[in-house]
Ligand binder design. Structure first.
Ligand SMILES: Nc1ncnc2c1ncn2[C@@H]1O[C@H](COP(=O)(O)OP(=O)(O)O)[C@@H](O)[C@H]1O
Ligand SMILES: [Mg+2]
Length: 253
């Protein structure tokens, strides 16, 4: 299977020192990859670097065989990588419909085709709570509905890879289940997914691969099922796993 995304020796940071210190990972076409790791390990920094909000200092980001590290965030979206930020991911003072329209027009300039319905039949089925709320202000939605809207906005451009930073953060158990169910269904439609998650068990149940980050590096890359079966799962995302505890099949890559 070929890789839709390859991250090679990636360095990035905010000030003098690097936060990401040589991150290596791949996302196989059609797969769901979940990144876990302790707070401050660089997960959001990685997402920001992949999506172009933070400059790549060293290394490369290869999307469908082409380097995107020097592209702007909108150019990366047009190249096929869409992004759902962790926070501030919708315009709260605009309606649901306006959010969807802006997402489509802004993100897909030069890429998207003609615009018909705000959401395709497929997307309406995926986000059944949105169509009846097109005229509602996004700020008046529940947290779960707002996350669904952000998700729908990211999908309006028909991405090859969807990058999500903690999509279930702060959601009620019901919406957490719904969000992961949506991720699974979107993946079944052919979209590869790279997501950061704190709710490791729920996320790994719908994932093919798991990547554990610690201190700005990939500590472990393994099949999600293997990580779910590890007794040390808790310590993995708390960040104190030792090399010897990793299963033999879990070589980084
Ligand atoms: N905007 C920023 N400016 C300076 N340092 C930051 C900024 N954002 C994050 N950091 C630092 O980068 C490190 C990694 O943070 P982050 O990528 O948010 O971790 P995670 O998402 O894994 O919790 C932390 O030490 C954090 O303090
Ligand atoms: Mg984070």
């Amino acid at each position: 299977m070929s890789n839709v995304l390859e991250v090679q020796g990636l360095h990035a940071g905010y000030g003098a020192g690097d936060i990401l210190k040589g991150v290596e990972l791949t996302v196989a076409e059609g797969s769901v990859v979940t990144i876990i790791g302790p707070n401050g390990s660089g997960k959001s920094t990685l997402v920001k670097t992949l999506t172009g909000l933070l400059r790549t200092r060293q290394g490369d980001i290869v999307l469908k065989g082409k380097s995107v590290k020097d592209l702007s965030p909108p150019e990366r979206v047009r190249a096929g990588m869409s992004y759902v930020p962790q926070e501030y991911n919708v315009f709260r003072n605009l309606t649901v419909l306006e959010n969807l329209q802006i997402a489509h027009e802004f993100m897909s300039a030069g890429r998207g085709g003609k615009r018909g319905k705000p959401l395709s039949d497929e997307m309406e089925a995926l986000f059944p709570e949105l169509p009846s709320r097109y005229k509602a202000l996004a700020g008046n939605l529940s947290g779960g509905q707002r996350q669904m809207l952000a998700f729908a906005c990211a999908l309006t451009v028909k991405p090859e890879v969807l990058v999500m930073d903690e999509p279930s953060a702060g959601l009620s158990p019901k919406y957490m289940t719904d969000i992961f169910d949506c991720v699974k269904r979107v993946n079944e439609m052919g979209v590869s997914v790279l997501m950061v998650e704190q709710n490791a068990i729920e996320a790994l149940r719908i994932s093919h691969r798991c990547i554990v980050m610690a201190n700005g590096r990939v500590r472990l890359a393994s099949d999600a099922a293997a990580v779910l079966g590890m007794r040390e799962l808790q310590s993995l995302y708390l960040g104190d796993v030792k090399e010897a505890e990793a299963p033999a099949s879990a070589a980084a890559g």
